[in-house]
Design a protein around this ligand. Structure first.
Ligand SMILES: [Fe+2]
Length: 283
């Protein structure tokens, strides 16, 4: 099973770089559509739009509908739950009523569970006892298959960013970590939010952060010839029961003058991102 992950697209039609942000997502989806072997599913780990705007969700949804495989989305701190749900339910966010946007997808060898970590009054993540109850209910709904969890905020200490804690309190993050670990079936956690490639662990569970799909907002070091090229993650689940993650660079196009001649083939695996290159295995 191959999961393609995009994140932090921050679609915003009033932004100075509005077309660049939308174009980054369009080119990323086109690249995923051309994968051989194909991805089985695309997950978007939140901050789909920048200001929760309905028209921006419509644009993001139109782009994501071009995907040739199913798409599932999680909410980020920049998202508006109800506007997101109305744009993406049920096809990419199978939640029937307003409120939390957490759900499970049962169509694959690995279950997918989207966790809603949005706080009503902070850019950081929230995970209350009610969140834990809901996640346990989702985890317990099927005890036969491994699980990949995706959420916006990384539930581990992020050492490469300006703020190592991405939850409102250390207690909230610890509650989430305990909940992820309790059932023993979570193979990996896929996140966004910090706009840069990084990874960590929650006990034996591997956790990865996909860089920001919007190239103008991406953090971390990228060589100049890659500045305009989106990077996304592919997570391959293998027979040993673990995910191997690799970073994939979207091919340069005719508009990427600086990149032409530097990138010779579509999606060359980057050796510039040691945090995401190579295997990172869950136990
Ligand atoms: Fe973001």
């Amino acid at each position: 099973m191959i999961i393609a992950q995009v994140s932090d697209t921050h679609i915003a039609r009033r932004a100075a770089d509005a077309d660049r942000r939308a174009g980054d997502l369009e080119r990323t989806i086109a690249d995923i559509n051309a994968l051989d072997p194909p991805a089985d599913v695309i997950i978007h780990s939140g901050d789909i739009v920048h200001n929760g705007d309905r028209e921006d969700y419509a644009r993001a949804a139109a782009i994501l509908r071009e995907a040739r495989v199913p798409v599932y989305v999680a909410a980020g701190n920049r998202d508006d739950r109800e506007s997101l749900r109305q744009a993406f339910s049920p096809w990419a966010c199978p939640v029937a009523s307003p409120g939390f946007l957490d759900y499970a997808v049962e169509d694959f060898p690995v279950r997918l569970i989207a966790v809603d970590t949005v706080s009503p009054d902070s850019n950081k993540g929230e995970f209350s006892p009610e969140h834990a109850r809901r996640l346990i209910e989702l985890l317990d709904a099927d005890t036969t298959k491994p699980v990949a969890v995706f959420m916006h905020h990384p539930p581990f200490v992020v050492t490469v960013g300006p703020d190592p804690l991405n939850f409102v309190t250390a207690e909230a993050m610890a509650r989430l970590q305990r909940t992820l670990e309790y059932c023993g079936r979570v193979a990996a956690v896929f996140c966004g939010h910090v706009h840069r490639s990084t990874g960590g662990r929650i006990g034996e569970i591997a956790a990865m952060v996909t860089p920001c799909t919007a190239t103008s907002l991406r953090k971390g070091y990228y060589p100049p010839h890659i500045h305009t090229l989106p990077v996304y993650h592919l997570h391959r689940f293998d027979l040993a029961g673990a995910f191997a993650t690799e970073a994939r660079i979207v091919a340069a196009t005719g508009t990427d003058d600086a990149a032409k001649g530097a990138i010779h083939e579509s999606g060359r695996i980057s050796e510039a991102f040691p945090a995401t290159t190579g295997d990172l295995r869950a136990g």
